[in-house]
Design a protein around this ligand. Structure first.
Ligand SMILES: C[S@@+](CC[C@H](N)C(=O)[O-])C[C@H]1O[C@@H](n2cnc3c(N)ncnc32)[C@H](O)[C@@H]1O
Length: 210
């Protein structure tokens, strides 16, 4: 089930940006939220490494990677979001396509980021997306996922409200699942999970085995 607010938030940018600003307060603000992927993987990567921002939207979470000098490709299914990304971040190489079946070459990235996007996929598609990530990463390459996690006591109610207003059933399903175990089962190694923002957010890093 989806509330009427979700399509509005995708249609009117100011609604999306305001919701993001409010919901990111618990992690220290939008800037910090957008930098969580880079923060985690920077120590593992060579300068100018090839990075994919999978489901990049309008490019806000790709921006810190670009500023740090990486060669960043952003993939998204939405031409509208990619158009906005082109205006805001002209250095971002943009690819329109499905994260479940990305039109990109095997082993072509040193790192892949998914920033608050995996919860958009139903369980079966989520597995396809994660298998695609394994295919696209070079051996020893890194994945970083930043996404929802069941919140602790204080943020439980706000998280439920947020999901009811702006998310779909796929987000609720993801909150029931153990992403760490799923990644291990699919063949990722070194899976590490950190809980942030009163446990409402998880950041997971993992590698494709060499
Ligand atoms: C919540 S937004 C996150 C955007 C961006 N990662 C960020 O942190 O701002 C989710 C994005 O996933 C994209 N998306 C949803 N389903 C997709 C699919 N099957 N393949 C590629 N992108 C998809 C949407 O178009 C949207 O831009």
């Amino acid at each position: 089930m989806t509330s009427f607010l979700r399509p509005l938030a995708y249609r009117y940018r100011w609604i999306y940006d305001t919701v993001t600003a409010v919901s990111s307060l618990s992690v220290g603000g939008v800037k910090r939220l957008r930098s969580l992927g880079l923060e985690a993987l920077r120590p593992h990567l060579k300068p100018e490494a090839a990075v994919l921002d999978l489901c990049c939207g309008s490019g806000e979470a790709a921006a810190p990677w670009l500023a740090a000098g990486y060669a960043v490709t952003g993939l998204d299914v939405s031409p509208r979001a990619l158009e906005l990304a082109a205006q805001r971040y002209p250095d971002l190489k943009r690819v329109e396509g499905l994260a479940e079946d990305p039109p990109l070459a095997d082993a072509s990235f040193s790192a892949i980021q998914m920033s608050v996007a995996l919860h958009e996929f139903p369980r079966s598609d989520r597995e396809r997306v994660l298998r695609s990530v394994l295919r696209l990463l070079e051996p020893g390459g890194w994945l970083v996922l930043v996404d929802l996690h069941p919140a602790g006591l204080w943020l439980k109610l706000p998280q439920q409200l947020f999901c009811a207003l702006f998310e779909t059933d796929t987000a609720t399903a993801m909150l029931e699942d153990d992403l760490r175990s799923q990644l291990e089962q699919l063949g990722f190694s070194g899976v590490n999970q950190e809980l942030l923002a009163g446990r409402a957010l998880q950041r997971i890093t993992a590698t494709r085995p060499r």
